[in-house]
Design a protein around this ligand. Structure first.
Ligand code: SAH
Ligand code: TYD
Ligand code: ZN
Length: 408
């Protein structure tokens, strides 16, 4: 019997096409004392036969992922800081121009985007359930409500602050299975001519790059222009723009508006045509992804095993959420990669989820350089390789595993 579940957007049948088995929570960096309490779930992904939305087969309770100790920081990359500064400036110039404009950000994290808005003096509110990162935003002068955004939160914000001209969410909407409550909430909160802008990993890029490590507990949905257009319609919105973004290995920034209030851009039509021509939701395409992932699962540990035999040192670079899928699915532990370095202080001194590879500071990377670095933060490759030029100059090599296993 094929494994199926019920679509979180349209209640249609979701058919599984990729199964990673039991996996830990990708951002649950553990101390040796709490190893016994590690939480595991079945990580598998499927596609809705009705609305084509790609989604996880099993939902992890949100409080297990997003809490006081949630370690991910938006400010961890210079490229992302610039990215968020650019979108903040764009909103200020084009949307937040009325007498008393108001912008709400869902998943405002450490305030990297809203900090720019706060500096300009424009009324804003971040909605962020993870207390630790919300405190960091507040310390930057950002107004934050420590809460999960949903229908009730939206009604409460509207009552206190009035309607929002812009609701923005980066790498957050795809984290939220209870989409009906979110879109009803946005409908409640958004001014009549306002826009809802969100950006998330693009499923077409995941296919093209075989970036299977984008699949983990927090990434519940994998959007396409087609599935987002249908989702928007279903909840009384219109998809008016779709912009491809180079960040995080390829994303799309979607703009939703109330029907008829904004012209629909040519980009929407073009991307729909591209998706259809590429057959990104065809069973053969999805099966192709599954077999390429299987190949990586064979080749990556084989390469690491060979290097170990030859006595070469390999260090992991970037204790990403994505790396949880790679290490646990491919069976890579401290015997193949003795430690992984990461700039996030909250991850250092802990062990990676499931695979239990110690996380150390970037200083450990240089002390002395290993012969190989396995780049888990491949989405920041340019920034990291530039920063680590001396590693190259010292003869070091990078190991990449998407779209295929290779040494550069
Ligand atoms: N926007 C930031 C952070 C993305 S990480 C960036 O792009 O870098 C996802 C964030 O969404 C986390 O900080 C998490 O706590 C938050 N989040 C999860 N569920 C949410 C919800 N229902 N409402 C608002 N934020 C939520
Ligand atoms: P990222 O790939 O942005 O996201 P995710 O955790 O969702 O997969 O995470 C990048 C990680 O890499 C983050 O923990 C910070 C770390 N990092 C470094 O250690 N050095 C760097 O130069 C950069 C850019 C990131
Ligand atoms: Zn559906």
């Amino acid at each position: 019997m094929p494994v199926t579940s019920s679509c979180r957007i349209c209640s249609g049948t979701v058919r599984e096409f990729l199964d990673f088995g039991r996996q830990p929570l990708s951002d649950a960096f553990v101390t040796p004392e709490d190893l016994a309490e590690e939480f595991f779930f079945t990580l598998a992904v499927g596609i809705c036969e009705s609305c084509t939305m790609v989604q996880l087969m099993e939902e992890v309770p949100r409080d297990r992922m997003f809490h006081q100790g949630y370690p991910y920081l938006s400010s961890g990359s210079a490229v992302m800081r610039e990215h968020f500064q650019a979108i903040a400036k764009r909103f200020l110039a084009t949307e937040l121009t009325g007498p008393d404009p108001f912008i709400v950000e869902l998943g405002s994290n450490d305030g990297t985007m809203l900090g720019v808005i706060a500096e300009s003096g424009v009324r804003h509110l971040g909605v962020e359930p993870s207390g630790g990162v919300a405190d960091l935003a507040a310390a930057k002068g950002v107004r934050v409500r420590k809460d999960f955004f949903e229908e009730e939160t939206a009604a409460d914000i509207l009552a206190g602050e009035g309607p929002a001209d812009v609701v923005y969410a980066a790498n957050t909407l795809c984290h939220i299975p209870y989409m009906e409550s979110i879109l009803r909430g946005v409908d409640t909160l958004l001014a009549h001519s306002g826009i809802f802008v969100f950006e998330d990993p693009y499923f077409a890029d995941i296919l093209e790059r075989t970036s299977f490590d984008q699949i983990y507990d927090e990434h519940f949905f994998f959007f396409t222009v087609r599935s987002v257009q249908e989702m928007a319609r279903r909840f009384g919105f219109e998809l008016v723009d779709a912009e491809r973004l180079p960040v995080h290995g390829g994303e799309v920034r979607y703009t939703l508006a109330r029907p008829g209030t904004r012209p629909v851009s040519q980009a929407v039509t073009d991307l729909l045509a591209e998706e259809s021509a590429a057959g990104i939701t065809e069973p053969a395409t999805l099966a192709g992804l599954a077999s390429r992932v299987e190949l990586i699962r064979e080749r990556l540990p084989a390469l690491l095993g060979e290097l170990r035999e030859r006595g070469e040192r390999v260090v992991g670079y970037g204790a990403t959420a994505k790396s949880a899928t790679v290490t646990n699915y491919c069976g890579i532990g401290p015997e193949l990669v003795p430690f992984v370095c990461d700039t996030t202080v909250g991850k250092q001194g802990r062990l990676t989820p499931g695979a239990h590879i110690p996380v150390r500071s970037p200083e450990a990377f240089r002390d002395p350089y290993p012969s190989y670095a396995l780049l888990f933060a491949w989405n920041h490759a340019q920034e990291i390789m530039e920063k680590e030029k001396e590693f190259r100059e010292a003869g070091g090599k990078w190991i990449l595993y998407t779209p295929e296993v290779r040494v550069v």
